[in-house]
Design a binder for this molecule. Sequence first.
Ligand SMILES: *Cc1c(COP(=O)(O)O)cnc(C)c1O
Length: 402
Amino acid sequence: MIPSSWPRPSIFQDLGVRPVINACGIYTDLGGSLLSPEIMAACSELNQSWIRMTELLDRTGELIAGWLDVPAARVTPGASAAIALGVGACLVGRDPANWSHLPDTSGLKNEVLLQARHLEQYKYAVCARLAGATLKTAGNSRGTTADELNMAIDSRCAAIFVPAHLEDAATVPLETVAQIARAHGIPVIVDAAYLNFPLVPDASAKDFTGVAKDMMSSFHRRGADLVCFSAKYFWGPNAGGFICGRKDLVDVVAGLDFTRFESGPHKTFGRTFKMNRFDVAATALALRSWLTLDHAGRLAAYSRQVTRLAAMLRDVPGIKTRPAYFTLDEKLVPSPVNCLVVEFGPDAARSVSEVEALLAQRDPRILACVENGALVFVMESVREGDETIIGGSLCEVMKVHA
Ligand SMILES: *Cc1c(COP(=O)(O)O)cnc(C)c1O
């Protein structure tokens, strides 16, 4: 999708790292996303000058809130930091006298309630504990009822936390969670980190105008008080993200973050989540591009890449290929198309794990994921054109010349 050839700038040699053709998708430990040349140029322009970080964070927050049609927003160094700061804001509330206490919660409400079925599949809950919160669960691994959730709320409960990507038929939906929370006067905080586009966009839909905005603002409409997003998923910086929602709570997040530690009286734990101006600006700019991106065109580009790769592999004996969609929760579904699944039969020259390892040793390294015994090449992170390098390498590894 991201057009270019494969340059080999000397920085790789200089630092002793090998570049990667990433056919796994968007992963933090592979660097997240690629930033567009426009955003890199904007960062370079920002580097010509100092700025006030409070001003940059306040203005970008207002812009993001306006684009998403939510009351307020603030950039953070990732969704993880947004969770820690957002939960912190729920614990301390509006009284600045409390802000420097965290992660010590003596004298404060300090429990954050989750549905047990959510918590057992959710590794980022540790970020809520970083603010000083204790996690409490309602229900069990099979699910939670609205009654169980309601009964679990006591005077120590500071917020209910919902990892929105884990909502399913066995858990209480966000709308109901919000109703219950509101009756108790406590906020709902949502991790919507990768829900910046529909999990499986309808392949037949041709008009994607506004689809990203609708998706990202839906959690606020459904009753969430605070919603956390990660910039890595909207082609922003790996260390970018934001929190949005209720203005009074976002204002507390601003009070807890690194800016007030430096230029205010508050010695807050949020000082840890320092940002540089490039990541703040790039997060806002990447979001704006994402909201106006032609998402039908984005999907069409993946489809072309998959077709090209499949054509190159047509004559490799013993393998079978099929286009599919690799979801952000790492499942293969038939449509729309964003990846090529390569299955290795008994008569293939090599096994799937051999091929995976050989591709990863090349220069540039080619990384793909293994799913259900097949090798999956996800085009969401493959620059347009690089699929031919993948195809050529795969043929070579299989000792067949394309
Ligand atoms: C990546 C991710 C996060 C963390 O986001 P960062 O911006 O990397 O801190 C949180 N929740 C989910 C579901 C994620 O996929």
